[in-house]
Design a protein around this ligand. Structure first.
Ligand code: DGL
Length: 266
């Protein structure tokens, strides 16, 4: 229980969560596990996703003696959290699309959820909307293409806004005033997304909320950075598939010191 925080995502989406966790807990070591061999998750069958994520995360938790698991992926969180919690004794934190704050914030009572095709289809998401956004019209937009565009950005390849505009076409010309970024990849395209929407819209994600939850858990189990304020946490990344040079450079900019391959076999 004394090891690093394990952050998990299919790809670079968890970086939008990592930034918030680092701000709150700069001294804590972090291991970021990328299941990039199976990206995009939004197109995977539910059972495939559950089995693959659970096996990979359980193995890595044991390997690094993780203190907390952060499933920094909405698509996986909507399915795997109960399965992980059954198998692990350490805390498991997931991401929930920011539907509730969006419903509280909207003036027009028309919000949109931009997520992966898997997330927008999930019973979990429908329940979230029923429970917290009953008084709102909710436009659902599912896109794996946008996930891949975010990956390209992280590889330092140029982004064409004309590829993003059609994905967001359902927003323009409407009274939608609040857009939930319900995939952790999308805050990394915040600026590009805003540029493709022709009227003012508030973009909401869950990165800070997760960091607050993780910080409170670590304090509760008495493993905060107290007494080690001068230490800077060590960042390690593990991949299920070899990454290209552009992404390695981006990760170096984030402060990752070590990149390693992780086997998907249990
Ligand atoms: N970053 C992930 C999410 O939050 C999923 C991206 C994917 O489709 O692999 O949903």
């Amino acid at each position: 229980m004394s090891g690093p925080i394990l952050i998990f995502d299919s790809g670079i989406g968890g970086l939008s969560v990592l930034e918030h966790i680092q701000t709150k807990m700069p001294a804590k070591d972090i291991f970021y596990l990328f299941d990039n061999a199976r990206l995009p998750y939004g197109d995977l069958a539910e059972q495939t996703l559950i089995d693959g994520c659970v096996a990979l995360i359980i193995k890595q938790v044991a390997q690094i003696n993780a203190s907390v698991v952060v499933v920094a992926c909405n698509t996986a969180s909507t399915l795997v959290l109960p399965h992980l919690r059954k198998r692990l004794t350490i805390p498991v934190v997931g991401v929930v699309p920011a539907i509730k704050p969006a419903a509280q914030m909207t003036q027009s009572k028309h919000i949109a959820l931009l997520a992966t095709p898997g997330t927008v289809e999930r019973a979990y998401t429908k329940e979230l909307i029923r429970e917290f956004a009953g008084g709102c019209k909710v436009t659902l937009i599912g896109s794996s293409e946008l996930v891949l565009i975010a990956e390209e950005k992280a590889k330092r390849n140029p982004i064409n806004l004309n590829a993003i505009k059609p994905i967001l076409a359902a927003i323009n010309g409407t009274d939608i005033d609040t857009l939930v970024l319900g995939c952790t990849h999308f805050p990394l395209l915040r600026q590009e997304i805003a540029e493709c929407i022709s009227h003012p819209v508030t973009l909401l994600d869950s990165g800070e909320a997760i960091a607050i939850r993780v910080a409170s858990l670590l304090e509760t189990i008495n493993m905060s950075a107290k007494g080690k304020m001068n230490k800077v946490g060590r960042l390690t990344a593990g991949f299920t598939k070899k990454i290209d040079k552009g992404l390695a450079l981006t990760l170096a900019d984030y402060g990752f010191e070590q990149l390693e391959c992780v086997s998907v076999d249990s």
